[in-house]
Design a binder for this molecule. Sequence first.
Ligand code: AMP
Ligand code: MG
Length: 361
Amino acid sequence: MKTKIVTIGKTESGKTESPESVEEKLAEAGRIIRQGGLVAFPTETVYGLGGDALNPESSRKIYAAKGRPCDNPLIVHIAELSYLERIVCDIPGKAQKLADAFWPGPLTMIFRKAAVVPKQTTGGLDTVAVRMPSHPVATSFIKKAGGYVAAPSANLSGKPSPTLAKYVIQDMDGRIDMIIDAEGVEIGLESTIVDVTGTVPMILRPGYITQQMLSAVVGETDMDVTIYDSSSPQAPKAPGMKYRHYAPRGELVIVEGEPQQVVRYINVQTALHEAEGKRTGIIGTQETIAQYHAFSIKNAGSRSDAKAVARQLYTFLREFDDEDIAYIYAESFAETFADKGLGQAVMNRLLKAAGHKVVHV
Ligand code: AMP
Ligand code: MG
């Protein structure tokens, strides 16, 4: 299949693109979706791989393009609140409050699904995940596509979610109809997922919208135990969370401890690997970065700025693959951020990328 790649925002001469030209491109993207095709598009979290959420054949194609296990349900993206009613059984009061507070934005809610949503979209479940993104290109595209776009992240299954179009192209060129390249994919982590089908809203995947922010709007909230306790025998309530996700090709280890000990430990390990002729990589922070030695050193920014780490994490993991790095060491971000909630979301992804390999020094 030939994949059409369209860039939105800038013309070749560097000028801002006219609204008419943007409209035309997004209209074509919308047509592709309505005819059962697939389009990757930017959102404020990561790039999504979109298909018509109400067409079972489109969902089947999404799973095939990603190589994704078909028990891992998709998130349905809408562009206006009025579209929600058609695809869910009911809108609980707390869900309405959360929608008013955080939509459009990086929050996904799980509802009981209406019959119109095919089981192919929900991985066989009776519930459906819904999000209203805030990225203007996403919003306009979803409207033109008929209003309901099922979209997981636009990566091959098991790879880090793409925050840059070049990584969407790397994974999806030849597998889907169109890729829309635009700026503004700024958050860098997937949405927070909250199940609103019970009395107390339950967080199934941490993200940019933190538990504290949710509780400020609806009072008590819960968190799926598997998020913070990897030794829990329970299965995660979001089916996708059980898969090893976000992984770079190299072996990634997280190192916890007092900063100077961490630096010393990591430098010894990278020196040993380099002596064996292996390439090494490090994710460090502003406070320690100058002290490290490795083939590739990534600066995640200041320890006080969880947003910067969130934005760059997946790009770092992809770059380590591009650079053919065999061993990667990352500082732990567990307890250090002032913004504990977002720090937890970052650590959740990093732990998955590392297959839970953590060293305490
Ligand atoms: P992705 O689209 O790659 O960000 O993955 C979507 C995530 O949403 C996966 O972890 C899914 O398991 C989760 N999800 C989607 N629909 C549901 C649902 N109905 N119930 C629970 N989790 C869901
Ligand atoms: Mg994903």
